[in-house]
Design a protein around this ligand. Sequence first.
Ligand code: SAM
Length: 251
Amino acid sequence: MTETGARDLKALYEEHYSAAGSDAELYGAWRALGARGKADHVEALARALPQAPASIAEIGCGDGSLLGELALRGFGTARDGFELSEAAARIAARRDGVRHVEAFDGVTIPAGDSVYDLAILSHVLEHVPDPAQTLAETARVARAVIIEVPLEDNRSARRISKAGMWDDLGHLHHFSRASVAGFVHRAGLRIEADLTDPLPRAVHLFFARTRAQRARAELKAAARGGLYGLSPRRAERLFTVHYAALCLPAT
Ligand SMILES: C[S@@+](CC[C@H](N)C(=O)[O-])C[C@H]1O[C@@H](n2cnc3c(N)ncnc32)[C@H](O)[C@@H]1O
């Protein structure tokens, strides 16, 4: 990516986290809802580790909603965040249960080798130019890494892509399970455990305001839940599911 492209993306994230008034409340509630699902995934995958992790770093922690949710659940004892956006880092630093938050250049994490038991990259890798490089740098600072990304190489997401709707979100990649396996391997890691999530009804309903929007969202949630229940692998080729994986050093 060009330097201008990287600057534009950073400006986009700064704008996302600088909302005020009712917008800030709405997006805060949206992120809090998402954080509950993400924390469920982190807790489930961390059970595959030999010991419960104590020190945790989230790279690209945004406004710290996931770190805050993990703190509420008593997951880990020291929780730090590193973030590209200064506006986001300021919000994250104010959360209870978060020890330290630092804004950084998005390339070199300001932490020593293997200082954390666990690092988390939640919905960050689809935003970075070289996911293998970001994952390898994250693995440098922690003994294990949990990643979560949307799998957007599917029929429904390709229609959205054609309509040019990704630009607002800053997604540079639309991953499949195979492309995730590819960059995990290039980062020198292997997948120890993984899971997918078709997202709960509350997520589908969150932005529905009118009765018609709510009815459409209910239908969508029921259809997706039903398809996923029948065949999770087929479902992920049809619509976006969230994919989370525990990654350990390959050797
Ligand atoms: C979709 S948000 C996810 C926030 C949080 N991890 C979560 O799951 O709620 C993506 C975040 O990644 C950050 N980000 C993007 N590129 C980054 C990079 N190279 N290094 C660190 N953070 C980055 C953005 O500023 C943004 O806060």
